[in-house]
Ligand binder design. Structure first.
Ligand code: ZN
Length: 199
């Protein structure tokens, strides 16, 4: 996910519960890898559950982190680098060592309403205001397979929802009202219809 407006930067960063930050734990070098851009089919495919918490997964997380930073993003999901696995990274603080990595996420709670301008590294040069939940609780696994729960509001809550959508094959443009989607459909990227409580 990329957020580019000054308005969005001013928003309060989300609070994070009991999580271990990834970068301080695992010492595997990551690489900047090419991004998949819409309409690449991997972006429209539901990602597979991770069953093996191995070095390959750690390397994938590291690649996601390095690629996110190289592209000035605050979140990146595995399908965006061509890996159809339920993994994403997020770091609205942009401080190295504060990256959150979530594996096999489930959105347990999504309450309140927020609107923020979002961009996406897989949908270049497009920024739109998106309606989302203001507060979320997400459960999943960390990269070692340990259960993880993240409670978030602010920018982190938005990033978690944006990246979670990627793992379901959804893009932020799918959540726009019909008249804005129609405008986008005339361009090179075609939004899909989306079902959910937070449209
Ligand atoms: Zn995105």
């Amino acid at each position: 996910m990329g957020i580019y407006t000054r308005d969005a930067y001013r928003k309060v960063m989300g609070s994070i519960g009991n999580i271990a930050f990834f970068a301080s734990i695992v010492r595997i070098a990551g690489m900047v890898v090419p991004l998949c851009v819409a309409p690449h089919p991997v972006l429209r495919t539901t990602a597979r559950e991770v069953t093996a918490f191995t070095d390959a997964l750690h390397r994938l997380a590291r690649d996601l982190i390095e690629t996110m930073y190289a592209n000035d993003g605050i979140g990146l999901a595995a399908p965006q680098i061509g890996q159809g696995l339920q993994v994403f990274v997020a770091n609205p603080s942009r401080q190295r060592g504060r990256e959150l990595v979530v594996v096999n996420p489930i959105l347990d709670v999504a309450t309140g309403r927020a609107r923020m301008v979002e961009g996406c590294l897989s949908v270049p040069k497009m920024w739109e205001r998106v309606k989302r939940a203001a507060h979320v609780r997400m459960s999943g696994r960390d990269i070692f397979g340990k259960p993880l729960v993240v409670e978030a509001d602010g920018l982190l809550a938005i990033a978690l929802q944006h990246e979670f959508d990627h793992l379901q094959g959804r893009l932020f443009i799918d959540r726009l009202p019909w008249f804005r989607r129609r405008r986008l459909a005339a361009r090179w990227v075609r939004p899909a219809s989306v079902e959910g409580a937070w449209r």
